[in-house]
Design a protein around this ligand. Sequence first.
Ligand code: ADP
Length: 319
Amino acid sequence: MGRELNVISGGNGGGSDACTYMWACAICDENERCQKDKEGHSRWLVAKRMERIEYKVLVMSNKGGVGKSTMTTNLAVSLALKGWHVGICDMDIHGPNIPKMVGAEGQKLKISTSGGIIPFQAYNLKIASMSFLLQNPDDPIIWRDAYKYEFINQLLGGVEWQDLNFLLIDLPPGTGNESVTTIDLLGNVSGAVIVTTPQEVALLDSRKSVTFCKDSEVPIIGIVENMSGLECPHCHQHIEVFRKGGGEASAHDMGVPFLGRIPLDPDVVTQSDAGEPFAMFYSDTPTAEAYHQIANQVEAFCKKSGSLLKVGPRPQHQH
Ligand code: ADP
């Protein structure tokens, strides 16, 4: 099904350059007489890819390593377990770990006969990630600024998501250019989940993410406190490894909803490394329940704010 995609189209990212997005031309409604420049075409294409997606949810953090990709994966699995059609767009171009977390490491994306990128399917999820484009996963990822822009365009505008209820977008850590460009290209989003850890410094970090969302006019679904307390697997005592309450305190402080805590659970690491999402394989444990509860809140928030669908029938719930 389709040939392998292993190149990112060149160019200098925006401006009034000629369009080089071959797949855009293939599906362009006006390909005979199209006058769009490269930026115009990429915006048109992203809008086209997004028009059959009901809710777009950003998952973000101000720092790497707080569990943002783990949260994205388990949130996606929880929503899929509820019967929704879910996709993950791994925009974390510096550390694209989602494929490993769903056992799709080393896979390459294919392109369809109409020139679009076919997302990888795992655990009933559609997945697209920069990691699929790498020739060798051990290669260092050195992206020139213009090249980053190309990649963001390619991932947002190239992937044939088709009908989805939820698209979760795993943003790179921080509030830099990649996130700004992504949000700008996406246009309207349903909201953002901000992931943090419980230390007091988390207050400062999540404050930056909250301010970034407010400045970018992205609705905030809420803050999640990840790695919040550990039940010792030997003595079953509760240990607050990174202290507790930073996420909740910052949510309170910034006047945004607190979505809950995910404990520091060694099985989450084991499952992530094995490519078997925790919330699916251990669905009835307290840690998975915490993911499911957050998924419920994300779902409720999105439904309340309304569908972003532009065309076509509403994707059917699977059961
Ligand atoms: P980020 O996307 O913020 O860089 P990751 O999701 O890649 O962070 O997680 C970093 C590491 O922390 C991974 O090894 C992951 O398995 C682990 N991790 C994430 N959440 C938890 C948790 N609740 N309990 C234990 N380990 C976790």
